[in-house]
Design a protein around this ligand. Structure first.
Ligand code: ADP
Ligand code: ASP
Ligand code: MG
Length: 421
C-alpha cells in the first residue's frame, strides 16, 4: 500500500490512513506501506535548497528533501500502534533501498529484504518512507519528484506482493486530469504501455519510473482513493483503476460482460506538462558534431532533453536549434551552454519557461491515421499556436503557450470524444 502527500497531510488524515491499513491487515494480508511526505512539504524543502544556492549540490539537496518522508513514516507507525497494530518504520538506509548515485534522480538497483520479510511474517506492519535510498558510497539519495510511487512498486516487487495499491486523492486514472476537465472519465483498466506514455508526458498520477518498473517486474498496480470511509468497497474488490498488460486487457474485454460494453478507444488519455522550458540557440554552425556538442554535456549532467527541433540551414551554413528540458533544470542547462558558447559556436541563447506540452496517448494510433491531424485542427480552431511537435508510436505531443494549456486539454478531450455523459 502506498499513500501520497495529500493522504498524509496532517494528523487526521494519517489516522484515516492507519485505519485503511489496519482493515487490509484484518482482511488477511501481510502489509508493507510506503508513504510520501505531507503535501507541500517536499516543495518547501526544495525551496530552501534553491534559496541556499540556485546551482545547489544535488547530494546535499537529497539530504534535505528526503527528510519529509522520514517524518510521515514515523508518524504512521505511531498511529498504527495507537490502533493496536504492531508496526515499525524502515528508513531507506536501514532496509536498505540501494540506488545508483544519480542524486535527485536516483534509480533503485536493489532492495534487500530478509529482515523486512521476517518482520512482516511476524505480523508487524512495515512502514517505509518513499522517495529515498542509499547510494554505493553510503550517501542518501532521492528518486526524483513523485518517486514514492517507484519506491512502492520496488518494495512490492521485493516482497513479491500480490498487488501494489497506490492510494491517492482521486479514485483512479482518468482520461485526463479530473481537476482540469470535469468531464474526464474514470478508466477501469489502463495498459502498462499507455500508462507509461501518459506518465512520461505529464500525468503525474503515477511517476513514470514506477510504471516501467511495474511492467518489467510484473507488479499488479491499482490506483485508488484514500479519501474513503469504513463502508467503502474493499481494495480487494478493485474499486480503482488496474494497470494491466495488453494481453490481459484483451482477455478482460473478450471474457467479461462489462468488457463487452467497453470498446477500446482510439485515444486513451490526454496529459499536460507545465514543467517544461524551451531553449533556442541561434546560428549554430551547420556541421557534423554541432548538436553533439550541445546535447552531450546535458546528457552527462543528467538533464533530460525532450523535444528537439533543428531548422534547415540558411544560406550561411548556420541553423537554429530549439529544445525543451525540465524547468527545474533550466538554470543548469543555461549555465552549461553558456560555458560552452565558444566550443559549440552559437550566436544567442533564448530561454522561455512559459510553455507547456500537451499530449494525446493511445495504442489505437497504431492502426488509425489522422490522429495528429485531428489534434492540429482542434487547436487551430481555437487559435492555439503550436511551437513544437513530437510523436511516438502511440503519442502525439505539442508545445504551446502555458496560458492556453487548460483550454487545449478541454478542446482535445471533446475532439476525441472522451467527454463523460
Ligand atoms: P500523490 O500525492 O498521492 O502522489 P499526486 O498529486 O502525485 O498524488 O497525483 C494525483 C493527482 O494526479 C491527482 O490529484 C490529479 O490531479 C492528477 N492527475 C493528472 N492526470 C491524471 C489522470 N489522468 N487521472 C487521475 N489523476 C490525474
Ligand atoms: N515527496 C516526494 C515529492 O513530493 C515524493 C512523492 O511524494 O512521491 O516529490
Ligand atoms: Mg505522486
Amino acid at each position: 500500500m502506498k499513500f501520497g502527500g495529500t493522504s498524509m497531510a496532517g494528523t487526521e488524515r494519517i489516522r484515516r490512513v492507519a485505519g485503511i491499513v489496519k482493515r487490509q491487515q484484518e482482511a488477511g494480508h501481510e502489509v508493507a506501506v510506503v508513504v510520501s511526505a505531507m503535501a507541500g512539504e517536499t516543495d518547501r524543502l526544495v525551496n530552501f535548497c534553491r534559496e541556499a544556492n540556485a546551482l545547489y549540490d544535488r547530494a546535499e539537496y537529497d539530504v534535505v528533501v528526503a527528510a519529509g518522508e522520514q517524518i510521515t513514516s514515523g508518524l504512521l507507525a505511531l498511529h498504527l500502534q495507537a490502533l493496536g497494530c504492531k508496526a515499525r518504520s524502515w528508513l531507506g538506509w536501514q532496509l536498505p533501498v540501494k540506488t545508483d548515485d544519480a542524486h535527485a534522480a536516483a534509480r533503485i538497483e536493489d532492495i534487500t529484504s530478509p529482515e523486512l520479510l521476517a518482520s512482516m511474517a511476524a505480523g508487524e506492519i512495515a512502514v517505509i518512507p518513499g522517495f529515498q535510498g542509499l547510494d554505493p558510497a553510503g550517501r542518501v539519495t532521492t528518486l526524483g519528484r513523485g518517486g514514492s510511487d517507484t519506491s512502492a512498486v520496488a518494495v512490492a516487487a521485493a516482497v513479491q506482493a500480490d498487488r501494489c495499491d497506490i492510494y491517492t486523492d482521486v479514485d483512479g486514472v482518468y482520461t485526463t486530469d479530473p481537476r482540469i476537465v470535469a468531464k474526464a472519465r474514470k478508466l477501469k483498466y489502463v495498459t502498462y504501455e499507455e500508462m507509461l506514455e501518459l506518465a512520461s508526458v505529464g500525468s503525474k498520477v503515477l511517476q513514470t519510473r514506477s510504471v516501467s518498473l511495474a511492467m518489467k517486474e510484473g507488479v499488479r498496480v491499482q490506483v485508488l482513493s484514500s479519501f474513503i470511509d469504513e463502508n467503502a468497497p474493499p481494495a480487494d474488490s478493485i474499486p480503482g483503476t488496474m494497470i494491466v498488460s495488453d494481453e490481459e486487457l484483451d482477455r478482460i474485454l473478450a471474457e467479461s460482460e462489462e468488457g463487452q460494453e467497453m470498446e477500446r478507444q482510439l485515444i486513451t488519455g490526454i496529459a499536460a506538462d507545465k514543467n517544461e522550458a524551451k531553449v533556442t540557440l541561434t546560428r549554430v554552425a551547420d556541421r557534423p558534431g554541432a548538436v553533439a556538442a550541445i546535447f552531450g554535456p546535458l546528457a552527462e549532467a543528467n538533464i533530460n532533453v525532450d523535444m528537439i527541433i533543428q531548422n534547415i540551414a540558411k544560406d550561411k551554413g548556420e541553423t537554429d536549434v530549439t529544445f525543451t528540458c525540465p524547468q527545474a533544470d533550466l538554470a543548469r542547462t543555461q549555465a552549461l551552454l553558456e560555458e560552452r558558447k565558444e566550443t559549440i559556436g552559437y550566436y544567442r541563447m533564448i530561454a522561455d519557461s512559459k510553455v507547456a506540452k500537451v499530449s494525446v496517448v493511445g495504442v489505437g494510433m497504431r492502426s488509425h491515421a489522422g490522429v495528429a491531424a485531428t489534434m492540429f485542427k482542434a487547436l487551430a480552431d481555437r487559435g492555439i499556436n503550436i511551437q513544437a511537435i513530437s510523436t511516438s508510436e502511440i503519442k502525439v505531443s505539442v508545445l504551446i503557450d502555458s496560458d492556453e494549456v487548460e483550454l487545449a486539454v478541454r478542446v482535445l478531450h471533446t475532439a476525441y470524444e472522451l467527454d463523460a455523459g
